[in-house]
Design a protein around this ligand. Structure first.
Ligand SMILES: [Cu+2]
Length: 265
């Protein structure tokens, strides 16, 4: 297991207890409660990592009231027929990494998830289509949207830590899954994933990224993405049989990772 994998595993397993510790009993939470009751709306423009050969784009909108987040996303131009893990990354600089954060590995320059962590932080919320939304579901590839273009909409109860980060302006939306060698599938041309060596790096490397920023209440000014999202009540993206089959082998690795994380927390 590589050092970076160990680091990420450690980060994932540390997250759960950290969330548990962040209970209201820790301190006078009157201010937090007050802030938490105030609903805010956040937007992010999701831009592609060109260094990862991505040309897609997207938008995200989050209506946050207390710890309840109503999330709407619109994504296009990603690898078709493949699941795309997507998360709120939290509690770091609240920005997307520059292209210069990419590293050369085996003669290929690309950005993996760990490279971006100093900028966007660790996984705070897994934007899955069903079930658990905690950091432990970060690689639950059978519960993420599938396809090149999709709408995602879900109301999610955030951890205290994630809600706090989003309110503080350090929440970042990251969509994963790239096709670096443009052959229409996740393969091992970039080697194993830094998050789970059983998955190919292409399946977990960041594709799109956008920092969530507070927007003024009221109508979104000239916001093409915002108005489109507001107008659409589209159902959550559903997994296709093709996409699921393509990643079945990879999913085995994700499950192992999740079990391991669960045991240690
Ligand atoms: Cu992520």
């Amino acid at each position: 297991m590589s050092k970076s994998t160990v680091r990420v595993l450690a980060a994932l397993t540390v997250l759960a207890p950290a969330v548990a510790l962040a209970s209201p009993a820790l301190a006078d939470d009157s201010h937090k409660k007050h802030d938490g009751d105030h609903a805010i709306t956040l937007h992010a423009q999701l831009d592609p990592f060109k260094v990862n050969k991505v040309t897609g784009h997207g938008t995200a909108q989050v209506r946050l009231k207390g710890d309840e987040a109503h999330v709407k996303m619109k994504v296009s131009g990603l690898l078709a027929g493949a699941p795309h893990a997507q998360h709120f990354h939290i509690a770091a600089k609240g920005v997307c990494p520059p292209e210069s954060a990419a590293k050369v590995r085996n003669g290929k320059r690309f950005l993996n998830t760990t490279d971006g962590a100093p900028f966007y932080g660790g996984i705070g919320t897994s934007l899955t289509t069903t079930g658990d939304t905690g950091p432990g579901s970060g690689l639950a590839v059978d519960r993420f949207p599938v396809g090149s273009d999709y709408h995602y909409e879900r109301t999610i109860k955030l951890s205290d830590e994630a809600a706090k980060s989003l309110r503080e302006g350090t929440g970042v939306v990251v969509v994963h899954g790239i096709d670096y060698n443009n052959n229409g599938k996740y393969d091992d041309n970039l080697g194993p994933s830094d998050l789970d060596p059983k998955l190919p790096a292409e399946a977990t490397n960041p594709a799109l990224c956008g920092a969530l920023k507070k927007s003024a209440d009221g109508p979104v000014h000239g916001g093409q993405g915002g108005t489109q999202l507001a107008a659409s009540d589209s159902p959550v993206a559903t997994a296709t049989a093709a996409g699921g089959a393509a990643l079945l082998a990879a999913a085995g690795g994700a499950f192992i990772l999740r079990r391991r994380a669960g045991r240690q927390s």
